[in-house]
Structure formats: C-alpha cells, structure tokens
Design a protein around this ligand. Structure first.
Ligand SMILES: Nc1ccn([C@@H]2O[C@H](COP(=O)(O)OP(=O)(O)OP(=O)(O)O)[C@@H](O)[C@H]2O)c(=O)n1
Ligand SMILES: C[C@](O)(CO)[C@H](O)COP(=O)(O)O
Length: 227
C-alpha cells in the first residue's frame, strides 16, 4: 500500500498581497513550496508527488523542485483550487490512495501524515483539523443570524486523503452538478459518503496573509531550524 500526493500550488496569492504566488516566498532560506514538497519526499509511504502550477510558473517550479526525485509531474492548474486538483487527478497514474495537500501548508508533521495514512487504509475519505478556539457566528452582512455550537465545528486542514476511485468519482460528480467547494472532502460528502477525522495540530497553518509569515518564522524558530 502507498499513496500519491497531489499538491495544488497554482494560486495567485492575492490575500498575501505580494503580487506573486506566495508559495515561492522563502522562509529562512527555503521556499514554502520546497518545504511542503519535502514533507512527501521524506515520507516512505509516498511514491510520487504531482503538482498543479500556473502555466507561467512551470519552468520556475520545475527548477525549484529538481532536487526532489519523487516529483513526477508538474501540470497546469485551473481557475479554482478544485479545478487545479482535478487537472492533476486526470493525469496521475492510478494508485491505492491519494493525498491532497495545499502547497501553502509547509508545516504538516510526519506524525500527522502517518496518522492520516493509517486512517485512509480503513476509511475511504480522511480529513484532518483542529478544534475551534473562538466563537463562530453565522452572519448576514453586519447582522448576526446564529451562534454556532463550537463543539460541532472543525477547523479543517490538509492533507486530505482518499481512496483513488472515490475522489475521482467525487470530482467528476461535482463538475457534473456544478458544485463549487473550497476543499475536496466536501465533494465526497456530496456523494453521501462518510468522512473520517484525524486530529491535526495548530502549527499546520495555511500561509495566506502576511501575518502568517510572522507565525511561520516563529514555527521555524521554535523547531530550532533557523540559521
Ligand atoms: N486556482 C487555484 C487556487 C489555489 N491553488 C492552491 O491551493 C492552495 C490553497 O489555496 P489558497 O491558500 O487560497 O492560495 P491562493 O489561491 O494562492 O490564495 P488567494 O486566495 O489569497 O489568492 C494553495 O497552495 C494554492 O496555490 C491552486 O492550486 N489553484
Ligand atoms: C483546503 C483548505 O485548506 C481546507 O481548510 C481550504 O479550504 C483552502 O481554502 P483556500 O481559500 O483555497 O485557501
């Protein structure tokens, strides 16, 4: 048993406001995307890594990742994250399992990868996340309409892991039904399939806005990696 990793890295990084794809930003001398790819390069359960990238960044990405032999393909992303992932799904060789992990999440732990992998062998769809620490409210513009029960909520991270055929079926169904989603497990839910949860950790942040770069530097310093 093994898995293939799909890493969506074809975004614009617009919320970062750097005018370039945030996955190329360097943290302590190593780019976010290299840090993310290294997670899977070093995981013996991963047999191949495939990325969705912007067409104008393909050469740069291939050059950045030339030191990672498990990187088997760099394919053109799509307009939305789910399009990028589908574009890659269609091109990868069939595998037992597929991990889908944001290129902007460089701090997933080996422990988490192992726990998600162990879970997806039993459960066909596995996500990871952490408990909510704030109160979450449903709003309509500037008016609160509902306060949600914190214990019934999950801050959802990646990796998300799936039986290969199930995630392919879920993406194809979502496209047929015109489902617009922000994560892959939503498409599996839409098939009526159950999704299993593994506990992630609060360091597994998605680097999205500039504040996250400060948090990222402190995570690296906390690991004693800083030069
Ligand atoms: N069309 C897209 C959009 C996003 N992504 C990737 O999906 C991950 C999560 O997306 P997000 O954090 O939203 O990244 P961006 O879309 O780049 O950010 P923004 O929404 O601020 O533009 C990122 O690694 C991003 O590169 C992708 O491959 N294709
Ligand atoms: C997939 C994800 O990271 C789970 O929280 C998140 O939905 C990605 O959202 P984004 O807006 O594409 O970054």
């Amino acid at each position: 048993m093994s898995y293939i990793a799909i890493i969506p890295a074809a975004g614009l990084g617009s919320r970062m406001g750097y005018g370039k794809n945030k996955v190329f930003i360097e943290l302590d001398g190593k780019s976010i995307i290299e840090r993310t790819v290294a997670l899977f390069e070093e995981d013996p359960n991963c047999t191949g890594i495939y990325l969705a990238v912007r067409e104008d960044e393909t050469a740069l990405m291939e050059e950045k990742l030339s030191a990672y032999p498990k990187v088997k393909g760099v394919f053109a992303g799509g307009r939305e994250r789910q399009d990028s992932i589908y574009n890659v799904l269609k091109k990868i060789p069939e595998s037992d399992h597929v991990f889908i992990h944001d290129g902007a999440r460089p701090f997933a732990s080996r422990k988490l990868l192992n726990e998600v992998y162990k879970a997806v062998i039993t459960h066909k769809a596995v996500i990871c996340g952490v408990k909510v620490k704030d109160t979450i409210k449903r709003v309509d513009g500037a008016t609160v309409t509902e306060t949600l029960e914190r214990e019934e909520l999950l801050i959802t991270h990646t990796p998300q892991a799936f039986d290969y055929r199930l995630i392919m079926k879920a993406h194809e169904n979502a496209r047929r039904e015109g489902l617009a989603v922000t994560d892959d497990s939503s498409m599996v839910e839409a098939l009526g399939e159950s999704v299993y949860i593994v506990e992630s950790d609060y360091n597994n942040i998605k680097i999205t806005t500039r504040e996250d770069l400060v948090i990222a530097e402190s995570i690296i310093a906390g690991r004693g990696e800083s030069k």
